[in-house]
Design a protein around this ligand. Structure first.
Ligand code: ATP
Ligand code: MG
Length: 360
């Protein structure tokens, strides 16, 4: 899906940004458009430029080059408070001396709304994040997850066209993060406003977004739907950053008029190329199948191996298998009585339907 600037609520057009005194650019020709009501995520490792993008959208930083366009108008010179944008940060930044309700109503007070409608809108925003019963409390009387809900309510109370979220779940424990992912998706649907969501957590980005931009060193490495990013990573970087996979050295060797992949001496007829030579194959943990050898011969494209270790992860087990020079990790469903044990001889074969091959 590609979105034309004209149909978008927000477009970044070839944005460059180098901070004063920095030796390399924080952003290098970054372009993307966000559709009205889209959940757009920016995913990338620390220092890849995610926060810089949000600060440029919000108007806290100016790009060296390029245009920021909102609703068809260039806003490069528009100050932050005139942009139809709100931001939610990792730390909730609530006013400690104001009640939950007054915190949420605060942006409306700044806009000069009268007390009655202010209160009604604050109540409605609190209801959206299921925090109505806490309206009279002070922030220090809330848990971290509850505070983040209040911060969300405050950010959406004036119904901005665009909500920016910078690692908003980073300070929460795993369970709360998962709950909040559902809250965010529901909230976004209900409000119909565009979310630009920054995270270094691939699970968050994949689960919630319509599209994901994967950042590397100030550039967009790939911009696509979560499924495309997951099943068709365009580079080794994306394949290693998104999901869990083995990166396995292979060789293409002649087979008839074609060249076929060989992994540790075993041919994989399903993977072919038009030229010989070395390459690397990304094999997701769930695409590695492991079966006990039990003295029987495996399929011709299976590798013999020995189980090195097993991690029990609840719904599944990650099993490391040594196959000659290779160590491969496979993910198998966890059963009450596992059938695999460390040291056991096994066959390893592969579901090659979504395998990516990378060459230099
Ligand atoms: N105010 C600043 N002055 C100089 N350099 C900066 C400034 N802010 C960020 N940088 C640099 O710009 C690059 C991108 O930073 P940015 O904060 O956008 O990364 P990020 O992807 O948000 O990282 P994280 O996941 O750690 O928050 C980094 O190399 C960082 O050191
Ligand atoms: Mg950041």
């Amino acid at each position: 899906m590609s979105i034309r600037s004209a149909d978008s609520v927000l477009s970044l057009e070839t944005i460059d940004k180098t901070y004063d005194g920095a030796s390399k650019p924080a952003l290098d020709r970054v372009s993307f458009s966000v559709a009205p009501g889209e959940f757009f995520s920016i995913l990338g490792p620390s220092g890849s430029g995610k926060t810089t993008i949000l600060r440029i959208i919000a108007g806290f930083e100016t790009p060296d080059r390029g245009r920021v366009v909102m609703g068809g108008t260039m806003v490069n010179d528009t100050p932050p408070f005139r942009r139809d944008v709100r931001t939610v940060f990792q730390s909730y930044a609530l006013f400690p001396h104001l009640t939950v309700r007054d915190n949420v109503a605060y942006p409306l007070r700044m806009q000069g709304e009268a007390k009655g409608p202010r209160r009604a809108k604050a109540e409605a925003a609190l209801a959206l994040v299921e925090m109505s019963p806490y309206a009279e409390r002070l922030p220090h009387q809330l848990s971290g997850g509850q505070r983040q809900r209040v911060a969300l309510a405050r950010a959406v109370v004036s119904r901005p066209k665009i909500l920016l979220l910078d690692e908003p779940l980073g300070a929460l424990d795993l369970r709360l993060r998962q709950q909040m992912q559902h809250t965010l998706v529901q909230l976004q649907k209900e409000l119909g406003i565009a979310f630009v969501y920054v995270t270094h957590d691939q699970g968050e980005a994949l689960s919630m977004s319509n599209r994901v931009a994967v950042m590397r060193d100030g550039r967009i490495a790939q911009l696509a739907t979560p499924r495309e990013i997951y099943f068709e990573p365009r580079s080794e970087f994306v394949s290693q950053f998104v999901g869990r996979s083995n990166l396995v050295p292979i060789r293409f060797e002649p087979a008839g008029s074609d060249f076929v992949a060989v992994i540790e001496g075993t041919r994989l007829p399903a993977i072919t190329s038009d030229r010989p030579g070395p390459a690397r194959m990304a094999l997701r943990f769930e695409s590695v199948r492991i079966s006990p050898r039990n003295g029987v011969a495996g399929p011709s494209s299976a590798l013999p191996g020995i189980v090195e270790d097993i991690l029990f992860l609840g719904t599944n087990c990650e099993v490391a298998v040594r196959c000659g020079e290779l160590s491969l990790i496979g993910s198998i469903p966890a059963e009450r009585d596992t059938t695999l044990a460390v040291g056991q001889p096994v066959h390893v074969d592969f579901d090659l339907t979504s395998t990516q091959v990378f060459r230099d």
